[in-house]
Design a protein around this ligand. Structure first.
Ligand code: SAH
Ligand code: SF4
Length: 347
């Protein structure tokens, strides 16, 4: 019986050293492999010119760099936003989005196939949960998109499918791979992991302090209202969440970004702005307002006039806020619209 090949992308430097050792090679061969795969983005062993031919032949027989099969690539939206559907080895599908000039070259990636948390406004939530992505599947979304667009990416946001902190270990491993100076080389402050607010995982994040920023999906200013749209709010009430985030801001020294989808009558009232001031007391914070993208949830989006009035109230409350430009809505590539139950069509 032939042995399954080892997939190398997703392995750390230590793991590649140990892989090289298993093949009877010195540790530094593992480090060479690491540099070829991540820093130089090589995708074939025969490109790895400083490895001995016999070792390259053995690698070809025993391992593969790793790849994601491109299922579909949407045409570019007028602003350049493009959605990519990838098929995983087990046939499940995920989506990732490229947002050029936003302001850097940003990629929005998935951390799970589906999501178990069922927020009412979110298309991924409605799919249910299939499985976690491996660290390799996470970094490969970035590496494949770089190859497909033929340009280097600068920013990575974990705002695609899934709840990253429900897949803590693989996400943190991917963050470390992405930000290693001798590897993929992304700047830590340009990696953002978005969470619905899983408190025990935020505590773990405070202890580990991985090289990335955390953003939190808040969306409401009282537990009662948050619970109407975010079922996870039952387990993670706002008081406890804010306490944890105060510690996070202190430990990481990054301000916490709060994502806030504008829903008419639910969270766009004058008192919500006042509540926010109280909630965010002593937390260096930025509030990122998001227009509700249509996903068939039946929730009413706040209109533009209300959004701008709400921004004025936030300014009165001395809260730093921005309105996120919605991109890729026509293409179902915008936040919360990623959903991948379509039949697989090779691209
Ligand atoms: N599970 C994580 C990350 C993925 S969702 C989280 O919830 O933060 C990424 C962002 O898209 C979140 O802020 C989420 O609230 C937002 N989002 C989900 N559905 C949306 C919709 N219909 N319109 C606008 N934003 C949405
Ligand atoms: Fe999951 Fe985030 Fe969607 Fe909620 S918004 S269902 S946590 S992916």
């Amino acid at each position: 019986m032939t042995q399954a090949k080892t997939t190398l992308i997703g392995l750390t430097r230590d793991e590649l050293e140990s892989f090289a050792r298993d093949l009877g090679q010195p540790d530094y061969r593992g480090r060479q492999l690491y540099r070829w795969l991540y820093a130089r983005r090589a995708r074939r062993f025969d490109e790895m010119s400083d490895l001995p031919t016999a070792f390259r032949d053995e690698l070809t027989a025993r391992a593969e760099p790793g790849c994601l099969a491109l299922g579909q690539r949407s045409p570019s939206a007028p602003d350049g936003t493009q959605k990519f559907l990838f098929e995983l080895a087990d046939g499940l599908r995920i989506e990732s989005v490229h947002l050029p000039e936003s302001p850097g070259q940003t990629v929005c990636i998935s951390s799970q196939v589906g999501c178990a948390l069922g927020c009412t406004f979110c298309a991924t939530g409605r799919m249910g949960f299939y499985r976690d992505l491996s660290a390799g599947e996470i970094v490969l979304q970035v590496m494949e998109i770089e190859q497909l667009i033929g340009a280097a990416l600068t920013n990575v946001v974990f705002m695609g499918m899934g709840e990253p902190l429900h897949n803590y270990e693989n996400v943190v491993k991917a963050v470390r791979l992405l930000t290693d100076k001798d590897g993929l080389g992304f700047t830590p402050s340009r990696i953002t992991v978005s969470t619905v607010g899983i408190i025990p995982a935020i505590e773990r994040w405070c202890n580990d302090n991985p090289p990335a920023k955390l953003a939190v999906s808040l969306h409401a200013t009282t537990d009662e209202r948050r619970l109407r749209i975010v079922p996870a709010a039952r387990a993670f009430p706002l008081d406890a969440l804010m306490k944890s985030l105060r510690r996070l801001a202190h430990v990481t020294r990054y301000p916490v970004t709060f994502e806030y989808i504008m829903i008419a009558g639910l969270n766009d009232r004058r008192e919500d702005a006042a509540n926010l001031r109280v909630l965010l007391r002593n937390i260096p914070a930025k509030v990122n307002l998001i227009r509700l993208h249509p996903t068939g949830s039946g929730l009413p989006p706040s209109d533009d006039e209300t959004i701008h009035r709400f921004m004025g109230w936030l300014v009165e409350e001395e809260i730093d806020c921005t309105l996120r430009v919605s991109r890729g809505v026509e293409d179902s590539a915008a936040c919360g619209m990623l959903f991948s139950n379509e039949p697989f069509r090779p691209g």
